[in-house]
Structure formats: C-alpha cells, structure tokens
Design a protein around this ligand. Structure first.
Ligand SMILES: Cc1ncc(COP(=O)(O)O)c(C=O)c1O
Length: 396
C-alpha cells in the first residue's frame, strides 16, 4: 500500500470506491502519474475540466485574481460575478438572471426554492410539487437525492426526506401526473448518470409548450449538459426550448467549484430568501468567465464542431469493431456512451482501459461513458481509442 493510500484510508471518509493512482500533472486531455505513466482522459473529471487540464489561460486568470482579491462576500458587488452573469445570459440567448453557488446539487436546490416560492406567491393555492423522471440524477443533498428519481438513492439511512416529489418513467407519463399542486417539472435533456440518454426533441418541445400553457415551470438540469457539452452552449438551445429555470455546474467552472441557477422569473427571490457564503466569489467567477471566453472562441472558430465529429467517427469505428460487446451508441456532442450487452463486463472494461492508459466512466448499469474535455486534440482521441481497443482485446 502506498503512503497516499494509507493516509487517505485513515483520514478521508470512505464514500468513494477509489483507484489509488496518484496523478501529479495534467496537459489538456492527458494525465501523468507519479510513476511517470500517461493516461488519456476521456472523463474530464466527470465532465468538469471542459477546457482541459492545466489550461494556461484559466491558470493565469486565477493566479492574477488570487494575488489580489479572492473573496469579499456577497454583501458587496463582485465585478467578475456580474460579468460572468452577463456572459452566461448572452451565450444562452435567454433573458435570465442568475444566482451562483458551488455545485450542481446546490444549483438544483436553488431551482427548487425558486419554483416553490413561485408556486406559493403566484397561485391561489400553494403549489409545491415537482415531477422528475425515474432515471434522473439531480444531486446528493437530502432534497436533491429526493428529487433524483432513482429509487436506490432513497435509502432509509437518510430519511425522512422532504415531501413534494414524484417520478415518472417517461416524458409522456408526465401529463397525467400533473395535479393542482404541481408547480414544476424538472428534467435533464440528456440523462447523464442515468445512462447518457437523450430525449426526443419534438417530445421535449411538446412538453415545454404544454407546461407553459398551464403555468407549470420547466426546470432543466444542465449540470452535465451545459457549457457546450452537447455542442451548443446549453442543451436547451439545441432542443430549441425556453425553460423557466436552468441549472449549471461542472464544465462551466473548468475545475473550479461553481454552480449556477438561472431563471427568467427574476422577481421571485428577494434579499433574505437565499444565499451562499462562497457562491460567486472572485476566484470561481474569474475562472468561469475565462472558461466561457475560451469555449465561446472554440465554438465560433468551428473547432468544437470539428472535434465532436472526429470523436464521433472514432467512437463509431470502435463500436463497429466491437459489436460482440456493445449493443448501441448513445449520447450527443461530447457526452457519449456505448451500451454493453452484458453489464457484468463493464467494470472489467473500465479497469483494463485504465491499465492500458485511458480513463473512461460508467453510467447507469450498462453504459460505458465518454466525457472528454472539449479541447481534446485529434492525437489524444486517436491514442485514447488505440488504448481502448488494446484493453478490449484482452477481454474478448
Ligand atoms: C445532471 C446532474 N445534476 C446534478 C448533479 C450533481 O452535481 P454536483 O455533484 O456538482 O452536486 C450531477 C452530477 O453528476 C448531474 O450529472
């Protein structure tokens, strides 16, 4: 056992089944261990390091900021926070205002609070119920665990959970679940943890229209799909809908903890309703602003679309070569998955891939998941798939 493993096991709570590799350096989509072994990273830290590891522009922006002011509190205006809010609103194309927290779960908590206050103040009866989907994932706080539709997450260990959540299997079931206490429907447009499952565009547009006509809020959880992951700034842009509330985290910070809840209902929250000590401080917002600038340029130059096409081509080649193992390709943009025929070998694929120097993820029970940095190079993509093939050959 390495010293790192020893102290980690002794002093860090045991909430993750960890691999004890010690990464000490990162360059774009490549990581290096303390044993000088390199790994192609097809995970970007579960969709976080959108602009790559060790990004010089982000690093410079952060260093300049922390050499001056890191944090002052939200009792004073914070220039990079205001500028980031303006940038996100511009990139999204939605006339929305936002609140900054530190994670996806915190952003979703904010979304639920906005929806509940909307339901309380804008209707005659108190509407508070939120409908979500069975294969959804919305976070790990007590409320977002309850918002998450996966039954396995609602263990008795943490009960009682807050009331007001119900779950549907499919989008088409939502219509019949709405009652006079329903205030919102909360969905991911591509279910990430649930298995990289995108929904049909027309089905989502029909739902969005129905909800608007019936004054029920549409909350879109873009914690994983946001920040160009699906090819557009938001998956909501790709689906051509206008949600009431959108949440983001992960890739918008490029590795710095940040969560965003944005809404067109700008008058619902007033001073005292919500807050976060760290949320939106100088450090996270200057980093996120730089990430947004980099990704905006990447999109406008056509490079992002090129990378998405290249990655998809290579993934298809890999899939076609291994149809004995995989049964389908799923996902959008640089949020991709391969469904395995037998869930039993998924962990083996991931560990063989790791041994051959490529990091990949699991989603749901039977999906091999790819969430590379949006800046990944063609060479890194080629090398990653070469290593994946090598790992697969050892299994089949
Ligand atoms: C769609 C979605 N929502 C919420 C979360 C929770 O985000 P965080 O872990 O930053 O709290 C995740 C994390 O995987 C996610 O994928």
């Amino acid at each position: 056992m390495t010293n790192l493993e020893k102290i980690d096991k002794k002093y860090v709570l045991n909430t993750y089944a960890r691999n004890y590799v010690n990464f000490v350096k990162g360059e774009n989509a490549t990581l290096f261990s303390d044993e000088d072994k390199d790994y192609i990273d097809f995970t970007s830290g579960i969709g976080v390091v959108s602009v790559g590891h060790g990004n010089k522009q982000v690093s410079e922006a952060i260093c300049n900021q922390v050499g001056n002011i890191t944090h002052i509190s939200n009792l004073y205006a914070i220039e990079p926070q205001a500028k980031l809010a303006e940038k996100i609103a511009q990139l999204s194309g939605y006339d929305m205002a936002m609140f900054f927290g530190n994670s996806g779960a915190e952003a979703n908590e904010g979304a639920i609070k906005i929806a509940r206050k909307y339901g309380e103040t804008k209707s005659d009866n108190k509407r508070y119920k939120v409908i979500t989907l069975e294969h959804s994932f919305h976070g790990r706080t007590i409320t977002t665990v309850k918002a998450t539709g996966q039954k396995a997450m609602h263990t008795d260990h943490f009960s009682p959970y807050p009331d007001g959540f119900s779950y549907d299997k499919k989008i088409e079931d939502i219509y019949n679940s709405i009652d006079d206490q329903t205030v919102a429907v909360m969905i991911e447009l591509v279910q990430g943890e649930g298995g990289v499952q995108p929904f049909d565009k027309s089905e989502i547009q029909k739902l969005a229209n129905y909800l608007k006509e019936n004054d029920i809020l549409l909350i879109v959880d873009e914690v994983q799909t946001g920040a160009y992951r699906t090819g557009e700034f938001l998956a909501s842009n790709l689906y051509d809908i206008e949600p009431d509330i959108i949440t983001m985290a992960k890739g918008i910070g490029g590795g710095v903890p940040i969560g965003v809840v944005m809404t067109k209902h700008k008058d619902i929250l007033v001073p005292g309703d919500h807050g976060s000590t760290f949320g939106g401080n100088y450090l996270s917002t200057i980093a996120s602003l730089e990430v947004c600038n980099i990704l905006d340029d990447l999109k406008n130059s056509g490079k992002l679309d090129e990378t998405i096409i290249y990655f998809e081509t290579k993934l298809k080649e890999f899939y076609n070569k291994n149809t004995n193992i995989f049964e389908s390709m799923v996902g959008l943009g640089l949020m991709r998955g391969l469904r395995v025929k037998s869930a039993d070998i998924l962990s083996d694929i991931i560990s063989r891939s790791f041994d051959n120097g490529v990091l990949v993820l699991k989603a749901g029970k039977n999906t091999l998941r790819f969430l590379p940095s949006l800046t990944i190079s063609k060479d890194e993509i080629d090398e990653g798939f070469r290593r994946l093939n090598k790992g697969i050959l050892e299994i089949s």
